[in-house]
Design a protein around this ligand. Structure first.
Ligand code: FAD
Ligand code: NAD
Length: 405
């Protein structure tokens, strides 16, 4: 009898961890494993705000997939998924197709612009290595042009960030670290640079502990960030953004050379377009992360929606959850192939830490609040822990943030 074919779509947090764990849980005789990803590298989305601001090079955020997975056990295909044909157990790729017995969908997230006029065309989003690199280069170009372009305006040096969720706040933290170096490099008076964050809620970091969120806001303000709270981005234009304060009729224009939208994420569009039943655009999976429409299909990470038992709100889309889902899935695949009962997914939250640049952060870890340098160190521990889980000590030494070498 031929071996079952397991196909994993997407090499983000969920897809990479699922691949690595499956090679540990299963033997080569148990199944054939194929991983499909549009790039030949895996990137850590959780570091992209740093690459976007230019505080780290984008190569720090990525690694060749073949250097992390066991290529004797896993067939890696660099290709772009176009659609999933559930009826015929096939995935259509840009350059061909692949059939599966078990499918793991881990295609991640896309930026959610909520249909706001002009955002797609005139704002950047922190989504991938390519988009992060584009943001860094755009900001640098604005600074480089300021003293050389006769038409340059002061507002070319204004950066607007849309949203003060965790992505927005972490990006602001990197910007305040980066701007002094850019000013020095391009002979720019730092007082000419504006960083404006526009947030619809009356406070920053809406889902966070208020004391810690206030700490973050005050720290960022002390470094020059202007917050426009209870204010919504209504439109992005080539000149900047139009914003509206809550309960006001008036639109105000903020001219800016760079607009970066961090106002929300949604699931990759491919499952919905392939006819999967979705909830908030995501595949709603059962408690063992399988599609209720086809128990040979799993979805994990930002493409899946999972509700804690009895809760009305699903788990948030985070790398931490994607990783834990991948671990659960790998165990369940073994159970399924052995004809055993599957284990239900139980999320074990360890906490959340948000960086505010290299040396500052806020966070709650195992119910303890942290700020400042201890929180910044904890953030690096979290980053390195993932590398340890993925590729062991060699990967931490090569890519880790604790500078062990
Ligand atoms: P992703 O990591 O998005 O991976 C999806 C993969 O699929 C990618 O490799 C992509 O290239 C590939 N892919 C997509 N489409 C196709 C296609 N058509 N064909 C082939 N391949 C495809 N969460 C935390 O827990 N902690 C943090 O500190 C944190 N920081 C963040 C910082 C930022 C700036 C952002 C934007 C998010 C952050 N998150 C954080 C959220 C976290 O990054 C996501 O929840 C996580 O990346 C989801 O993992 P995933 O595997 O579902 O998808
Ligand atoms: P988010 O949805 O959490 O935050 C978006 C923010 O934009 C919200 O505060 C919202 O009020 C605001 N907003 C939306 N529309 C707006 C408008 N028109 N004008 C002004 N403000 C507007 O998105 P995110 O920050 O990208 O986070 C996405 C996911 O990634 C979350 O689950 C988050 O927990 C996770 N994440 C985690 C970390 C971490 O753990 N350190 C870091 C980044 C992201």
């Amino acid at each position: 009898m031929s071996k079952p074919k397991i196909v994993i779509l997407g090499a983000g947090y969920g897809g990479m961890m699922a691949t690595v764990r499956l090679t540990k849980e299963l033997t080569a005789e148990d199944a054939d494993i194929t991983l499909v990803n549009k790039h030949n590298y895996h990137y850590q989305t959780t570091w992209l705000h740093e690459a976007a601001a230019g505080t780290i090079h984008h190569d720090r955020t990525r690694m060749l997939i073949k250097n992390v997975i066991n290529t004797n056990r896993v067939n890696f295909m660099q290709d772009s998924v176009q659609s999933i044909d559930r009826k015929n157990h096939k995935v259509l790729l840009k350059n061909g197709e692949i059939d599966y017995d078990y499918l793991i969908i881990a295609l991640g997230f896309e930026s959610n612009t909520f249909g706001i006029k002009g955002l797609e065309e005139n704002a950047f989003a922190i989504r991938s290595v390519n988009t992060a690199r584009k943001i860094r280069e755009h900001i640098e170009y604005r600074f480089a042009s300021y003293n050389s372009d006769p038409d340059a305006k002061d507002s070319d040096l204004t950066i607007v960030v849309g949203g003060a969720g965790l992505s927005g706040v972490e990006f602001l933290g990197e910007l305040i670290d980066r701007i002094p170096a850019l000013c020095k490099e391009y002979d720019i008076d730092p007082s000419k640079v504006r960083i404006v964050d526009v947030e619809g809620m009356p406070f920053v970091l809406p889902p966070f502990d208020r004391e810690l969120a206030d700490y973050a806001q005050k720290y960022l303000e002390s470094k020059g960030v202007e917050f426009r709270l209870s204010t919504f981005i209504k439109e992005a234009t080539p000149e900047g953004v139009k914003v509206q304060k809550k309960d006001s009729e008036e639109l105000e224009e903020i001219q800016a050379g760079t607009v970066v939208w961090t106002g929300g994420v949604k699931a990759n569009h491919i499952p919905a377009e392939s006819g999967f039943a979705t909830n908030r655009g995501k595949i709603q999976v059962s408690a063992d992360l399988r599609s209720p429409e086809d128990d040979h299909i799993f979805a994990i990470g930002d493409v899946a929606v999972v509700f804690p038992p009895g809760a009305e709100r699903p788990y948030p889309p985070t790398a931490q959850i994607a990783i834990q889902e991948a671990e659960n899935l790998a165990k369940n695949m073994k159970h399924i192939l052995k004809g055993e009962e599957t284990e239900l997914f139980v999320y074990k939250p360890k906490g959340t830490v948000a960086s505010l640049g290299e040396k500052q952060a806020i966070g709650v870890v195992f119910d303890h609040k942290l700020t400042g340098k201890p929180a910044a160190a904890m953030k690096k521990v979290i980053d390195d822990r993932y590398l340890l889980m993925l590729g062991g000590v060699p990967l931490v030494l090569k890519k880790g943030k604790l500078n062990l070498l």
